[in-house]
Design a protein around this ligand. Structure first.
Ligand SMILES: *Cc1c(COP(=O)(O)O)cnc(C)c1O
Length: 455
């Protein structure tokens, strides 16, 4: 256990030396933060002894919580056997081979090949490399533009942040010039008075317009998350994906799905593309593949792309020192084993997700709640001052920040994105834990309403 003195020292060292991701660095160096010391089941503990219910599954990755001994042991055992070897130069390792075939078994049938990376960002970089290689082998190197969406999140390397559509990131990172962004299907914030289904079709058709204006012969692919996660758990109107599917079929472009959050059961199917009946050519995964216990990502490569790459006898000049790292792959194998053995995806879809969504819907009538939307074990609660006009409670998302702080202080780890409260709890929560999550969130909403004088 950390003592109070240890805690103070840790805080001081943290502020002095540790640059945190997606953090106001100046403010953090003055105020510091919370030091997480240990975790158990679906609870995290900080160095002050506070216990928090983890409504975010870490960062959308610890879908099976923090106490999966079989994954921890698999990592340790693998380290004893072979702590590292690379997959360059005609070598492979047992864990990487086994994970590759286990992934092929759980992903849609068009996927029979995988390329491993250490993160989702690198996997999306890999997508760009694969697309460029694919079209150049096909003799169409000019087909090199990629269409993505505003407010998408595809990671934080230069390529991944360019693929993403986060304006704050674009302001700080000069991006690639061959990526084009169309609007996102975010009816609540951007749909105005338009009928949501008509809006969904209209926004989807921006893809068709973009292909037409850029030229079909120039466009390589469309990339999207089935449900935008970091952007605010943006669940498209039902009309959106069928229209995108029609456009992808009609035009000669590839569909890349970024399943880094949606994959491995989050939306109620193994993969978000199955929830929406889509057939991607490439599929990015990371996060929950190892239950967050080891850094690992990758791209599932569909037969159409793999066939072309395999038909070419020159080197695919791309790879990472830790591609297929044995310890990370061992964690992946153990995670997939658990998911299958305990039927976690199926059980969640049948039992926990409907319960979670029904409990969250009880917040719909709260005076500052404009919408509760969810899918599987993903949800967002939009905060408003006026339900009908959807006007916001306070500028700069301050109300949601306030609400998030109240929830955190009460022992619930949830996130704020824009004016929405976001939650993605572990798939192994029990009903009591879901009840507690909703109760704590409701209390934070009450305090927020009070703070802004809404009754
Ligand atoms: C988190 C995330 C990424 C980036 O993954 P990292 O492992 O952080 O690089 C990419 N895409 C989506 C949809 C994500 O949520």
């Amino acid at each position: 256990m950390t003592t109070k003195a240890d805690t103070e020292q840790l805080r001081q060292l943290d502020r002095a030396h540790y640059l945190h991701p997606f953090t106001d660095l100046g403010k953090y160096s003055r105020d510091g933060g919370r030091i997480i010391t240990h975790a158990e089941h679906v609870y995290i503990y900080d160095s002050d002894g506070n216990r928090m219910l983890d409504g975010m599954s870490g960062l959308w990755c610890c879908n099976l919580g923090y106490s999966q001994t079989s994954i921890k042991e698999a990592i340790y055992t693998q380290l004893q056997e072979l702590p590292y070897y690379n997959s360059f130069f005609q070598c492979a390792n047992v864990a990487a081979v086994e994970l590759a075939s286990a992934l092929v078994a759980v992903t849609p049938p068009q996927f029979n090949h995988v390329f491993f990376t250490n993160s989702g960002s690198e996997a999306n970089d890999t997508n760009l490399r694969l697309l460029q290689r694919y079209y150049s082998v096909l003799g169409k190197p000019e087909k090199n533009l990629v269409i993505s969406r505003k407010n998408a999140y595809h990671g934080s390397t230069i390529a991944a942040s360019s693929l993403g559509g986060m304006s704050a990131m674009h302001r700080q990172a000069r991006g690639l010039d061959y990526i084009h962004h169309i609007n996102q299907p975010y009816w609540f914030a951007e749909g105005g008075e338009e009928d949501p289904q008509a809006y969904g079709v209209r926004i989807a058709q921006e893809l068709e317009q973009a292909i037409d204006s850029l030229g079909e012969e120039r466009v390589a692919a469309f990339i999207a998350e089935p449900v935008q996660g970091a952007g605010g758990v943006i669940i498209p109107p039902d009309s959106y994906w069928p229209e995108i599917k029609r456009i992808c079929r009609q035009y000669d472009i590839l569909l890349v799905m970024d399943e880094v959050i949606c994959g491995f059961g989050r939306t109620g199917s193994w993969f978000g593309c199955q929830t929406y009946d889509l057939e991607p050519d490439l599929m990015t995964f990371a996060k929950a593949v190892t239950n967050g216990y080891q850094p690992l990502g990758g791209v599932m490569v569909g037969d159409k792309v793999a066939g072309v790459l395999l038909s070419d006898d020159s080197e695919f000049a791309h790879g990472l020192t830790y591609s297929g790292h044995p310890a990370a792959c061992a964690a992946g194998i153990a995670t997939l084993k658990l998911l299958r053995k305990k039927r976690v995806v199926e059980e969640t879809a049948e039992k926990l997700a409907p319960y979670f969504q029904a409990r969250l819907q009880t917040l719909r009538d709260h005076p500052i709640v404009g919408e509760v939307r969810g899918l599987g074990m993903l949800a967002a609660v939009e905060l408003v001052r006026d339900k009908h006009s959807r006007t916001r409670l306070a500028p700069d998302s301050q109300a949601a920040v306030y609400c998030r702080n109240q929830a955190n202080a009460a022992g619930l780890m949830v996130r704020q994105t824009g004016d929405a409260m976001i939650t993605a709890p572990p798939l192994i929560c029990n009903r009591r834990e879901i009840d507690n999550l909703v109760t704590m969130l409701a209390q934070a909403l009450d305090l927020t309403a009070q703070h802004y004088g809404i009754h």
